[in-house]
Design a binder for this molecule. Structure first.
Ligand SMILES: Nc1ncnc2c1ncn2[C@@H]1O[C@H](COP(=O)(O)OP(=O)(O)OP(=O)(O)O)[C@@H](O)[C@H]1O
Length: 265
C-alpha cells in the first residue's frame, strides 16, 4: 500500500544573518518518516527543533533543500487541497461569519455557492457548532474559533490534515475537550493526521504513533507506537499504560536513540 506521506532524507537550510554576513542554517536534516493512510501521527519535540519546518515542508509552503516528500506517491511541489493546515492562531477573517470562513477554501476551488453553504453547515455540525453559523469570530470563544478553523480545513476534503500546535493557545479544559472532539472527527472521517505538539501528554493521548524530534539540526530520533486501548467513559490518561508510554516519550526526548545520534554528530 502507498503511504499517505513519505518524507525521505529531507534537509532544510535557511539563509540567516550572522554578524552582518549571510550564513546557512540547517533547521532539519536526514528527516525520514512514513505515515500510513488514515493514521494519526503526533510529532513532539522541544521548541526550535524544526516541527513547524517539517509541517511547512509537507504543506508545500517551503521546499526542501535536499530529499523528497511524497504524498500518496506523488511529489509535493507546493500547497494543494489534498492537504489542509490548522495553525495555532485560528487565522479566521474577522469580517466573515463562521459559515463564510468555512466557505473560504471552497470558494478557492470553485465550489458553487449553494453547495458551499451546505458543506460549510455540514462541517460546522461535525465540529459541534450547529447554531453558530452566523456568528462572527469576535462572538466566538477561542475553542469555538479553533473548531471553525478545523471545519474550514476539513470542508475541502483533504486527504491529509496537518495541525501545528492547534490547541496550544487554549486553556487546559477547552484543550482536553477539543482533543476528544478531534479524535471523534478523525474516527468519523478516516483522515490521515499529522499533529505537531510540545506536549507529551497530548502526543500520547492523540497519536497512534508519536514521532520524537530532537534539535540541532532537527531530526526524528524515535517513533513510538501507542497501543492504548481506551475504554469508553474512562479517562485513558489515568491508565498505568498511559504513564508508561508518557515516560517512554519523555525518555526519548531526553536521550535520543544512540545509533541515530552517532550518525549525525
Ligand atoms: N524562515 C526562517 N529563516 C531562518 N531560520 C528559520 C526560519 N524558520 C525557522 N527557522 C529556524 O529553524 C529552526 C526550527 O524552527 P521551527 O519553527 O521549525 O521549530 P519548532 O520546533 O516548530 O519550534 P516551536 O516549537 O518553538 O514552534 C529554529 O532554529 C528557527 O529559528
Amino acid at each position: 500500500m502507498t503511504a499517505a506521506l513519505h518524507v525521505a532524507g529531507v534537509r532544510k537550510d535557511f539563509v540567516v544573518r550572522n554578524q552582518g554576513a549571510s550564513a546557512r542554517f540547517t533547521a532539519v536534516q536526514d528527516l525520514d518518516l512514513v505515515v500510513p493512510d488514515g493514521q494519526f501521527l503526533t510529532v513532539v519535540g522541544p521548541s526550535g527543533c524544526g516541527k513547524s519546518t517539517l509541517l511547512d515542508l509537507v504543506a508545500g509552503l517551503t521546499a526542501p533543500t535536499a530529499g523528497r516528500i511524497l504524498l500518496h506517491g506523488a511529489p509535493v511541489t507546493g500547497p494543494a487541497t489534498d492537504r489542509a493546515v490548522v495553525f495555532q492562531q485560528y487565522a479566521l477573517l474577522p469580517w466573515r461569519t463562521a459559515r463564510k470562513n468555512v466557505e473560504l477554501g471552497l470558494e478557492s476551488i470553485g465550489v458553487p455557492r449553494r453547495q458551499r453553504a451546505r458543506l460549510a453547515d455540514e462541517h460546522l455540525h461535525l465540529v459541534g457548532l450547529t447554531g453558530f453559523e452566523d456568528r462572527y469570530p469576535h462572538e466566538l470563544s477561542g475553542g469555538m474559533k479553533q473548531r471553525v478553523a478545523i471545519a474550514r480545513a476539513l470542508a475541502v476534503d483533504p486527504r491529509v490534515l496537518l495541525m501545528d500546535e492547534p490547541f496550544a493557545a487554549l486553556d487546559a479544559q477547552t484543550r482536553e475537550s477539543l482533543q476528544e472532539e478531534l479524535l471523534r472527527i478523525w474516527r468519523a472521517t478516516g483522515k490521515t493526521v499529522v499533529f505537531i505538539t510540545h506536549g507529551i501528554d497530548e502526543a500520547v493521548y492523540l497519536g497512534q504513533r508519536v514521532a520524537v524530534m530532537t534539535p540541532r539540526p532537527g531530526r526524528i530520533s524515535d517513533v513510538i507506537d501507542i497501543d492504548l486501548d481506551p475504554v469508553p467513559g474512562q479517562d485513558v490518561r489515568s491508565d498505568p499504560a498511559f504513564g508508561r508510554l508518557r515516560h517512554r516519550v519523555w525518555s526519548a526526548l531526553q536521550h535520543p536513540a544512540p545509533d541515530r545520534e552517532v550518525a549525525h554528530v
